[in-house]
Design a protein around this ligand. Structure first.
Ligand SMILES: [Fe+2]
Length: 134
């Protein structure tokens, strides 16, 4: 299971709270894989996570616009690419159901990406954000 490690903390309350919720929802999905839940149940968990990813990215981008973050476009592109990869994985799941391949991709690409993104891009933005008296 994933947890929010110290090096993933940004110090911006809204972002950290949302990252925790994001990780909870990822863990829910990982559990459905481990328990080999029904396709329907797994589908619900994927949607539950997908919804929150969109909400979180929008909120984060909102803070970037508000604080005139110079790397906003670049950061947004990364979010958009991630959402498109997530949707692809979801399509694959709809076609093939829960498979080892799905679990592997989920673990290797999506989860690895999220951790790297939080530690790198989000921490970097948060440092900037905290310098802006908002
Ligand atoms: Fe981000």
């Amino acid at each position: 299971m994933l947890s929010l490690t110290k090096d993933m903390e940004t110090g911006v309350e809204l972002i950290d709270t949302q990252h925790k919720e994001l990780i909870n929802r990822i863990n829910n999905l990982l559990i459905t894989g481990e328990k080999s839940c029904s396709k329907e149940e797994t589908q619900k968990t994927i949607d539950y996570l997908g919804e929150y990813i969109v909400k979180h990215f929008n909120d984060e981008q909102g803070l970037q616009v508000k604080s005139k973050y110079p790397k906003y476009e670049e950061h947004k592109e990364k979010h958009d690419k991630f959402i498109s990869d997530f949707n692809k994985l979801e399509d694959e799941f709809l076609k093939n159901g829960n498979s080892i391949d799905f679990t592997l991709k989920l673990n290797n690409s999506l989860i690895t990406w999220i951790i790297k993104h939080i530690k790198g891009d989000d921490v970097e933005f948060s440092k900037y954000y905290k310098t802006q008296a908002l």
